[in-house]
Design a protein around this ligand. Structure first.
Ligand SMILES: NC(=O)C1=CN([C@@H]2O[C@H](COP(=O)(O)OP(=O)(O)OC[C@H]3O[C@@H](n4cnc5c(N)ncnc54)[C@H](O)[C@@H]3O)[C@@H](O)[C@H]2O)[C@H](O)CC1
Ligand SMILES: [K+]
Length: 528
């Protein structure tokens, strides 16, 4: 089975380091990188145009290497018959060396070419734009990873002009105005139809405003060796993105001689009088993803209610104190035998925040050696007790907070630096930290961070967190290490939401619809 490779997701600093090492250590000239980048971008532009000959392309170019990529693209599309208008803001003397070299090439071409299909415009003021012909495609080669502050004039006005055009826009490397490390808009930003990015995905394309502004993404391989990308990807702020092929490689396969216990037992501790839906969604998800035996332990007086909702999931009543929480000592008399037989534990969905229940949760987490998923009220029981995580997680725990739960646990954190924050806490707590959001991000104890590749706004509905927690525990119960289980659960759950949205849109989905689409997604996309 060929080794499936995850996609590196880099910061601007890491990308520059990759460029530098390729040029200085490998000896691949920057001019060659630019030529390859520009040619790759021209291929994407050609696919967007359908036919190139006779079509009109307007290319807005900055004075840095992003502009240089644009000059190469212009030359290639002109060679393929397009009518090309190149708009530059700066005199060639102010351009970067490689950009200037490519601009001079265009000047020579324009002087020698009698077709009249190549026009170079030096823009001193915006009035010049009105003389441009309407284009079939606009190319944003103004700024890329060199953007370092809110857009200055006249680039800012150019971006606004570009956003008013009717034709599609192709952004080179990153939409101008988008911060390539955070996905924040710095003053103004291009709203691209498509983005062709060089060498590797950039963090800013996947976070913040990136997904809304970059459109579809093409990654162009431009000659930077894979080992260089893998090494720079270890820098703070960088991450990885899983592919379907990698998830197919990680997902457990059911043995031909499996029986319900060998396929893995998941123990789900969940539910309360107030919340009888959460345990159903979590336990059902664990069974749906392939756990052979799912046992749901809930407060005794909730058991009859769950019994009407759950058929394939076994139920276990937990004794309660007269105050209404779970009775810690009596509960262990009931649970201990099952904790020995289970292969994975999920604590939290719908448990409620009764002080007795929270004490029971902390005692349970200190008591068990099982790989454990801690979600919702399981996390709330740990507020003020993060030392317990440091002491007991040891790589065996998956915490699945949403932003609010994470802030209650970790205190005030700057979540515009999601990657670094998840990296820092996963490492400090020694756990797998799955921070839900759009996109969700997974931190491993060794500092590796994953940005989820799937999912859509349909997931913004009650219960999807319970389903996700159930998918996590169901995968761990089948023997998948917690680190990979969290990445797989997100990827597969998001894929189910994508299939739902493709058929029914993003407004109508409810959490259990995810589970209805899961079998088809497992079969169609993940060969399970
Ligand atoms: N990834 C690769 O391997 C390759 C990428 N290439 C392209 O190179 C750019 C990065 O080029 P660089 O020259 O470093 O920066 P930019 O062209 O993005 O911009 C620099 C330019 O912009 C000015 N500037 C900075 N901030 C602002 C601002 N707030 N407002 C206005 N102007 C600003 C600054 O003064 C500079 O002059 C990368 O994105 C790729 O497209 C290589 O070509 C091939 C290898
Ligand atoms: K750009």
């Amino acid at each position: 089975m060929p080794e499936a490779l995850p996609e590196p997701v880099l910061t601007a600093r890491a990308m520059r380091e990759a460029d530098r090492r390729t040029i200085e250590e490998l000896g691949l000239p920057g001019r060659v990188l630019m030529e390859t980048a520009g040619r790759g971008a021209a291929d994407v532009a050609a696919r967007m145009l359908g036919t190139v000959a006779g079509r009109t392309v307007v290319c807005l170019c900055g004075r840095g290497n992003n502009g240089g990529d644009g000059f190469v693209l212009a030359r290639v599309l002109h060679a393929r018959g397009a009518r090309v208008h190149v708009v530059t803001l700066a005199d060639v003397s102010a351009m970067s060396d490689d950009a200037a070299a490519n601009y001079r090439l265009l000047e020579q071409l324009a002087a020698a070419d009698a077709s009249g299909r190549l026009h170079l415009h030096r823009l001193d003021a915006l009035v010049g734009l009105d003389h441009l012909p309407p284009a079939d495609l606009y190319v944003d080669a103004l700024l890329g990873t060199g953007l370092s502050s809110p857009l200055r004039s006249p680039i800012r006005e150019l971006v606004q002009w570009l956003n008013e055009r009717a034709a599609p826009v192709l952004a080179i490397d990153i939409p101008t105005g988008l911060d390539s490390d955070t996905g924040e808009v710095l003053g103004a930003a291009v709203a691209a139809t498509r983005t062709v990015t060089m060498g590797a995905l950039k963090v800013g394309l996947l976070l913040g405003e990136g997904p809304r502004l970059c459109g579809a993404i093409d990654v162009i391989e431009i000659g930077i060796p894979r080992h260089v990308l893998e090494q720079v990807a270890r820098q703070p702020g960088c991450a990885w993105r899983a592919t379907d092929a990698l998830i197919r490689q990680w997902l457990p396969r059911r043995a031909h001689d499996a029986h319900k216990y060998s396929a893995g037992m998941a123990l789900v501790v969940a539910g309360s009088r107030e919340f009888t839906g959460a345990p159903v969604m979590a336990a059902t998800a664990a069974a749906r993803i392939g756990a052979g035996y799912v046992l749901c332990a809930c407060p005794s007086d909730v058991r009859p209610i769950l019994a009407t909702k759950l058929t394939e999931v076994a139920l276990l009543g937990l004794p309660e104190t007269e105050r209404g929480g779970i009775d810690q000592e009596d509960a262990f008399d009931v649970l201990d035998g099952w904790l020995e037989r289970a292969r994975a534990l999920l604590v939290g969905p719908g448990l409620g925040r009764h002080p007795d229940t929270q004490r029971f949760v902390r005692a349970l987490l200190e008591r068990t050696q099982l790989p454990t998923v801690i979600d919702a009220d399981g996390l709330n029981a740990l507020v003020g007790f993060t030392d317990l995580i440091r002491e007991h997680a040891q790589g065996r725990w998956i915490l699945t907070p949403h932003t609010g739960e994470f802030r209650r646990l970790a205190g005030e954190v700057d979540l515009t630096r999601r990657i670094e924050v998840v990296q820092e806490y996963a490492r400090a707590w020694g756990c797998v930290l799955l921070l839900k959001g759009m996109p969700s991000v997974v931190g491993w104890p060794d500092g590796t961070v994953w940005i989820n590749a799937t999912g859509n706004p349909a997931l913004a509905t009650a219960g999807t967190g319970d389903v996700l927690a159930g998918l996590c525990v169901g995968l761990v119960a089948q023997g998948l290490p917690p680190a990979q289980a969290a990445v797989c659960a997100l990827h597969v759950g998001g894929a189910a939401a994508d299939r739902y949205a493709a058929h029914y849109g993003t407004a109508s989905m409810m959490a259990l619809d995810l589970l209805a689409h899961l079998p088809v997604v497992l079969r169609e996309r993940f060969d399970r």
